[in-house]
Write a protein that binds this ligand. Structure first.
Ligand code: KMH
Ligand code: ZN
Length: 271
C-alpha cells in the first residue's frame, strides 16, 4: 500500500468562529494552521479564502496571499477550492485556479447541501476541467453522491479526462450520501481503474471513515471544514490536532504518512 496522504481542510466556506473558535480565517492564520498540519503529517492543505469579516470569497488576491504565506512557512501541496460557497458564480469560483496551484477541487455534480443546493452545471464542470488542464493543475474530483462517480466514468470513457484520476469521497453532507461504512464500500467498488481516493467524512463520520480508508489503502481528509469536534461534546483545539490523531492511528496500522514529495509521486503531480 502507498503511504497515507492526509489532507487538512483548514477553513471551508460555511464554518464560523462561533462554531469553532480556533477556525483559521486570515491569510496569516491559514498559513500558520497549514504549517502546523504539515508538521503533524498532512501533505495537502485544502484552502478556502475568507474576507476580513469572515465571509467566504474566491478573490484571487486573497488566495495569492494565502499561498505565498503557506509556501514561506513549509512545503505542503496547496489545493484550492473551486467549490467556494453556495450561490457563487462559476467564474468567481474558478478564479484561484489561475494562480496555478498544484491542485484544485472539481465537484462532479449538483447536490442538496443542507438547506441549500450546491449547483454544478455540466458546462461549468467542463470549463473548470479545461482551465485546470490549461494551468496544469491536478484536479481532485469531489464525489458527494454515487451519480457523480458515474459522471466521472463517462468523462473517462469519452477521453475528456485521462486517468489515473484522484477522487475525494465526501460522505455525510445532509442531502447527499450518508457518512456510513456501506456508502464508502459501495463508492470504492465503483472507482475507475487505478484511481487514487481520499475520504472526507462529515462530522462524527470523520474518524471512523478515516480508519476505514487507512485499512483499505485510501487516503484521508480531516479538518474544520468537515468537522469541528475532537470527540462528542469536545471541540478540537486545532486542525493539526485532527491531523495528528490520524497520523498516529496510521502509524499503529503500519501505514506511515506520505511526505509532500511522496504525495506528489502518488498523485502524479509534476512540479
Ligand atoms: N463549500 C461547498 C459548497 C470544494 O471545496 O470544492 C463546496 C466545497 C467543495 O467546499
Ligand atoms: Zn472545500
Amino acid at each position: 500500500m502507498d503511504r497515507l496522504i492526509i489532507t487538512a481542510a483548514l477553513t471551508g466556506a460555511e464554518v464560523t468562529r462561533e462554531q469553532q473558535p480556533a477556525l483559521p480565517l486570515t491569510p496569516d492564520e491559514i498559513a500558520r494552521a497549514a504549517e502546523e498540519c504539515a508538521q503533524a503529517g498532512a501533505s495537502i492543505v485544502h484552502v478556502h479564502a475568507r474576507r476580513p469579516d469572515g465571509t467566504p470569497t474566491q478573490d484571487k488576491a486573497i488566495y495569492a496571499e494565502i499561498i505565498e504565506k503557506i509556501q514561506a512557512r513549509c512545503d505542503v501541496i496547496v489545493q484550492v477550492s473551486t467549490g467556494g460557497a453556495v450561490g457563487m458564480t462559476a467564474a468567481e469560483r474558478l478564479a484561484p485556479v489561475e494562480l496555478r496551484p498544484e491542485m484544485a477541487t472539481l465537484s462532479m455534480g449538483s447536490v442538496n447541501f443542507g438547506d441549500d443546493v450546491f449547483l454544478n452545471h455540466p458546462a461549468d464542470m467542463a470549463a473548470f476541467l479545461a482551465a485546470m488542464k490549461e494551468f496544469r493543475v491536478k484536479p481532485e474530483f469531489e464525489i458527494f453522491d454515487a451519480g457523480m462517480l458515474h459522471s466521472l466514468q463517462r468523462w473517462l470513457k469519452k477521453g475528456v479526462v485521462e486517468g489515473p484520476v484522484h477522487v475525494d469521497l465526501v460522505l455525510g453532507v445532509p442531502g447527499a450520501m450518508a457518512g456510513t461504512p456501506e456508502s464508502l464500500m459501495f463508492l470504492r467498488s465503483q472507482l475507475p481503474p487505478e484511481a487514487t481516493w481520499t475520504v472526507a467524512g462529515i462530522g462524527a463520520a470523520q474518524l471512523p471513515l478515516a480508519a476505514m480508508a487507512i485499512a483499505l489503502g485510501g487516503h484521508v481528509r480531516v479538518g474544520f471544514e468537515d468537522n469541528v469536534w475532537y470527540r462528542k461534546g469536545e471541540l478540537a483545539t486545532s486542525n493539526a490536532q485532527l491531523v495528528a490523531r490520524v497520523a498516529r492511528i496510521a502509524g499503529e496500522m503500519e501505514r506511515p504518512v506520505a511526505t509532500p514529495d511522496e504525495a506528489r509521486e502518488i498523485l502524479g503531480i509534476m512540479r
